[in-house]
Design a protein around this ligand. Sequence first.
Ligand code: EPS
Length: 394
Amino acid sequence: MIRYFTGGESHGKGLIAIIEGLPADLFIDPNVINSYLSKRQTGYGRGKRMSIEKDQVDILSGVRGGYTIGSPVTLYVENKDWQNWKDIMDTRHSVPKRVVTMPRPGHADLAGGIKYNHHDLRNVLERSSARETAVRTAVGAIAKLLLMNLSIELYNYVVSIGNVIINPDVLPSITLGNNYLKKLNKIAASDEYMMNMPDTVASKRAVRLIEDSKKKGNTLGGAFEIRATNVPVGLGSYSQWDRKLDGRLAGALMSIQAIKGVEIGDGVANSGRYGSEVHDEIFFSAKKGFYRKTNRAGGIEGGVTNGEEVIIRAYMKPISTLYTPLHSVDVLSKAPVHATVERSDICAVPAASVVGEAVTAIELTNAIMEKFGGDTIMELKRNYNSYISYITKY
Ligand code: EPS
């Protein structure tokens, strides 16, 4: 199993992650991690913070000459903005005007303040901030590198921003395959507005919607999809609730700040259809083995991967800092107020999409390590290849 923890505040010195359980001899190219970190910083609708940060990973332990050595891998991502916040973040100095006492509806501010008995809600917002996802993305990039050793690849793209939804024809509800997904991701990444949407018409409409929302001091959420290709049948298990892979994936996705819904395959739409319209019929050919012509299950049945593409969709609520703030109550005076306005983003769905892919990679890596084990990449690959040759004979 891969275990990891993160630490760090949004405007503290930096973010750290410690990953335990990575096999030895995994080649880690920091440039690959940095390219995911940069992608997480893109998307129209981010606030001024993104022009300050240039996220880069610093690998502090567990790697020698580019390869893991089986020890915990420690990652560090600096917060460049910390220089501008030193006074506020240094608890020895009191900066009374910067004490946050007006909780934002939808944010962790109030519940967190009551829970930990903080009356300066900065103590809550600094850690609950989605800044933390920068280092989680770095962890996910390492998981992706491990999965690539087994030819498992992941893709992400945005499917909606507010009420702007991509044309469903770009995403037929079947297994799309690497080439199609590569093409989709290329379109998404090359779009002039970088909304990570594989539909340039919708992307431009989304940008206009964000501009309009910005003028009104409002924010927007949306949805994104993650696909994993070449995932073998048999990851996860139906035998115990906490081993079901769909449950684990949903938990990982829901742990991303502002994600409020997760579905596997056509999960939501399937609930309103007849069984005959939902379940993916089973076929067999000598060349392909068992296969399906549809993939409404999103590659997971009974908590176990079935060999089809894993498809996950996650839904993000609008960011809770509104420049036209909602009604709230001051936690010190108890007077009615408008909520705090802390510099923030208008829309961060394209960034969340990259984070979604990262946490999916981590969960799939966990399922892989659980099933195949291996203290080295060589051992993992040997175990994996022997299983692949077994399933082709089943
Ligand atoms: C965030 C608020 C904004 C975002 C931040 C998450 O930061 P700031 O308050 O410094 O402007 O930019 O996201 C990131 C810094 C990031 O790297 O994604 C929040 O309150 O969650």
